[in-house]
Design a protein around this ligand. Structure first.
Ligand code: 73E
Length: 801
């Protein structure tokens, strides 16, 4: 949109006056942010309305992305960028002697997700809008997001994330679009005059689902889509009926807090309530919206697509069946044909502990009508498939089995498409986790490698790099990240490579200042910034990184004259509050940091920095400053990873196992420009099949490794008597489930190589450049365009090369 600096200043000052009945000098950064947020919403308002009108007039097929997590990050800057107002607003605020960065930083960062899965959903919302896809998000408006992490005595302590304390400028409460979601009670089927059966519900617990809509603004294309987040409230009948405190609390609890588990399922009833709550409310609102514009349900499959992001929203399948049959009088066969036509499912993990199942007794009690429908799906699946695939395979794959509702199987059976998130992951789905269902429905399986929003992760997070790129190639890369590959023309341009070093230095200084201010640790910006930022999980192997730090420490102590570049190891990681082992690793890292950072023999040559409360906003600060991207999961365990892509796009070089999308990153940037190491997935599976992994052998064969491991239990690192022993035992007594010791040697060898290679900055920046130039293929726009073409079958405006 068009806006002059002068007009913006007038609008902004008016907004301040209207909101606060005071003048600018009397407002805080938060107050200024809120005023700016209101103004941006006003600027965007007509675009949002027009987008809906346009979709309606053209009767566009709507995509609904269902996800129990959305992790959008702060929206002020990204909304301004997408509206084309960033420079104008910055200039205007400067003229008013205000600091835009301070105002932006006052925005709360909504933590409505745990990690990659929730962030992916947010990147895809941004891309759907930017590609002109009629895309809608559907999720939960948690009153409290993921906990705030602080360290006390090196231990993680969780504090509530009260992100709504000052309200949320971006949301619109649409109380007129609320609907009821039913839980519990009894249901029985009553024959009608026409012979049809209708459900009769008794003594249900009804919950009012109230939607809050947030505009998702497309990149300079006049499109604003909607992210709809549902909040659980007392139904209107509560005004004149008695609700006990217990009943009130039960309703309140549904959307109170995000479960803090990543790649894990705890199987608690409240989680099942959350899942059905947003699935039911979302499907009800879709059908209502569709019904306003269409006669009957015949066209449903042509007009809507529902995407199931991991198994958490799988109940959209029986819920849509319920509405089609009970409310719209479709036969089973018609309803089932429509449902499978509409639904598609993305799997995000093959970890056993993350595959959701619900005890039938719990499920039946909480969702009696939905259970009846799942029973019928199960019965028909068995009847249709047993003659073809035999009883054994069908027993293994049916939605109901071993007293459980198996959500992943239900999702596959009720969808027309099932995708993994990186080529290796999709192969493992087909050959391992979902092997049997792949026999039944081979045509449903496909791969959609994850992608990232380059707008947020490069354009906004790394302005110095973006400007440098603009000075060399056409700014088209901002629309079309695949153009970044033309940067390879500068591979031998010494001046450009030097400028890349300067950009990295600038970003490192910003991070170093944060570290100094918040943690009191001084780090050298000519050091290697070696970054591992992701959830704390045994399979992600932060522990392998820790062993390397212990090795470097012992090495420096033993050989003080060693000449090597300084090394700063940077961690950001939250552990699930109940994940005892992960918390022990946190304590270990903090204890090691304490030892290393205060050792006068070490000085500034080695530092360990654990930045608390890692999230989207800290990612935006850390990623542009990274030299090394640690992607060191046990091969086969990380479905894709997305921080690997963000770090690559910012010129960090991957130190990576051949896992998830690391494989594709290494192939895209060239093996010579990364540091691959470790067992392949095939080798890991080989160990499983033969059962012959013996971690102790590695310990005994390598005196250096022995010395490093002994440091966990011999007092070298003070303050970790119990944690050190627990971790040591996990590696040696319990045979090292994630093959840390098997990969130790090759990991260390690559770390040594990095120390050497970093000294030649020209060569180093050539590698960085190869990574930046190859990162375009991991753009979320491309990924979403592939979903649109292959799965949702909706048009989009992606510019092809
Ligand atoms: O490899 C990542 C992947 O990049 C995977 O672990 C993560 O999803 C990312 C996006 O595709 C993921 N999160 C979960 N499962 N896989 C998960 C499971 C249960 C609760 C919360 C998150």
């Amino acid at each position: 949109m068009k806006l002059t600096t002068a007009q913006f200043k007038t609008d902004f000052l008016n907004e301040i006056k209207t909101l606060y009945a005071t003048d600018l000098n009397d407002t805080s950064a938060l107050g200024q942010f809120i005023a700016l947020g209101h103004l941006v919403r006003r600027y965007d308002g007509s675009q949002w309305t027009k987008t809906s009108e346009k979709y309606r007039k053209k009767d566009r097929k709507q995509v609904y992305y269902f996800s129990i997590e959305f992790l959008p990050g702060r929206l002020l800057k990204s909304n301004l960028l997408n509206l084309g107002l960033l420079d104008t607003v910055r200039a205007g605020l400067k003229e008013l002697e205000l600091d835009f960065e301070t105002i932006s930083a006052a925005e709360p960062d909504p933590g409505l997700g745990n990690g990659g899965l929730g962030r992916l959903a947010a990147c895809y919302m941004d891309s759907m809008a930017s590609l002109g896809i009629a895309g809608n998000g559907n999720g939960i408006r948690y009153r409290y997001g993921l906990f705030k992490q602080v360290f006390m005595d090196g231990y993680q302590v969780e504090l509530p994330d009260d992100w709504l304390r000052n309200g949320n400028v971006w949301e619109i409460r649409r109380e007129n679009k609320a609907c009821l979601v039913r839980f519990g009670g009894n249901v029985w089927m009553q024959p009608q005059a026409d012979g049809q059966l209708q459900p009769v519900y008794e003594q249900t617990d009804d919950v009012l689902a109230v939607p809050y809509d947030v505009g998702m603004i497309g990149y300079r294309n006049d499109v604003t889509n909607t992210l709809r987040l549902w909040s659980a409230e007392l139904p209107p009948s509560a005004d004149n009926a008695y609700y006990s405190q217990e009943q009130r609390d039960r309703i309140d609890d549904i959307t109170k807090v995000l479960y803090p588990d990543d790649s894990n399922s705890e199987g608690q009833a409240l989680r099942l309530r959350q899942e059905y709550f947003f699935s039911s409310a979302g499907v009800q609102s879709i059908i209502r919206h569709y019904g306003l514009r269409h006669q009957g349900m015949r066209e449903l499959g042509k007009k809507i697509a529902i995407h199931i992001n991991d198994t958490h929203p799988t109940l959209v399948i029986p819920e849509l069946m319920r509405l089609l049959m009970d409310d719209h009088h479709c036969s089973w066969d018609v309803a089932w044909a429509l449902t499978t036509q509409v639904m598609s499912y993305t799997n995000h993990t093959i970890l056993q502990e993350a595959l959701e199942t619900w005890p039938i007794d719990m499920f039946k009690g909480l969702l009696p009508r939905i259970y009846q429908i799942v029973v019928e799906i199960d019965r028909r699946y068995r009847a249709a498939k047993t003659p073809i695939f035999g009883e054994d395979l069908v027993n293994r794959t049916a939605p109901l089995g071993n007293g459980q509702v198996r959500m992943a199987y239900l999702a596959v059976i009720g969808s027309h498409s099932v995708n993994g998130v990186a080529p290796l992951h999709t192969e493992l789905l087909k050959n391992d986790v979902l092997r049997d269902l792949y026999q039944v429905y081979p045509e449903r399986f496909n791969n959609k490698t994850n992608g990232i929003a380059t707008r947020r992760w490069v354009q906004l997070a790394n302005e110095p790099l973006s400007q440098l790129i603009d000075s060399k190639i056409s700014p088209e890369w901002r629309q079309q990240p695949s153009q970044l590959k033309t940067l390879m023309a500068y591979q031998k341009d010494a001046k450009f490579l030097k400028q890349l070093t300067t950009v990295k230095q600038t970003n490192k200084q910003a991070l170093a200042a944060y570290i100094k201010q918040n943690l009191g640790i001084e780090v050298r910006t000519d050091a290697i910034f070696d970054v591992q930022i992701k959830r704390l999980h045994a399979y992600k192997r932060q522990l392998l990184h820790v062993l390397e730090i212990i090795r470097e420490y012992l090495d420096l102590k033993a050989h003080p004259a060693t000449k090597a570049p300084a090394h700063v190891h940077i961690f950001g990681a939250k552990a699930a509050p109940s994940y005892h082992y992960a918390k022990a690793i946190i304590k270990l890292i903090n204890a090691l940091a304490d030892l290393v950072n205060h050792d006068p023999d070490i000085g500034d040559r080695l530092k360990v920095v654990f930045i608390p409360n890692y999230g989207v906003s800290l990612g935006e600060l850390i990623i542009p400053a990274a030299d090394i991207s640690e992607q060191i999961s046990t091969a086969s365990k990380e479905a894709s990873g997305t921080s690997n892509m963000k770090l690559m796009a910012n010129g960090a070089v991957s130190l990576a196992t051949l896992d998830g999308a690391n494989i594709d990153i290494i192939q895209a940037a060239g093996e010579a420009n990364e540091y691959p190491f470790g067992l392949t997935a095939k080798a890991v599976y080989g160990y499983y099949e033969r059962g012959d992994y013996r971690s102790v052998d590695f310990y005994q064969a390598d005196p250096e490794l022995k010395r490093v491991l002994d440091a966990l239990v011999d007092g070298t690192i003070p303050g970790i008597t119990t944690e050190g022993r627990e971790i040591y035992d996990s590696l040696l007594r319990y045979n090292d489930e994630f093959f840390v010791l098997a990969d130790y040697e090759s990991y260390v060898q690559q770390q040594r190589q990095i120390s050497q290679d970093f000294q030649d900055q020209t060569k180093w920046q050539q590698k960085a450049l190869a990574n930046i130039a190859a990162a375009g293929i991991f753009s979320a726009d491309l990924a979403v365009a592939r979903y649109a073409d292959d799965i949702w079958q909706v048009p989009h405006t992606l510019l092809q090369d």
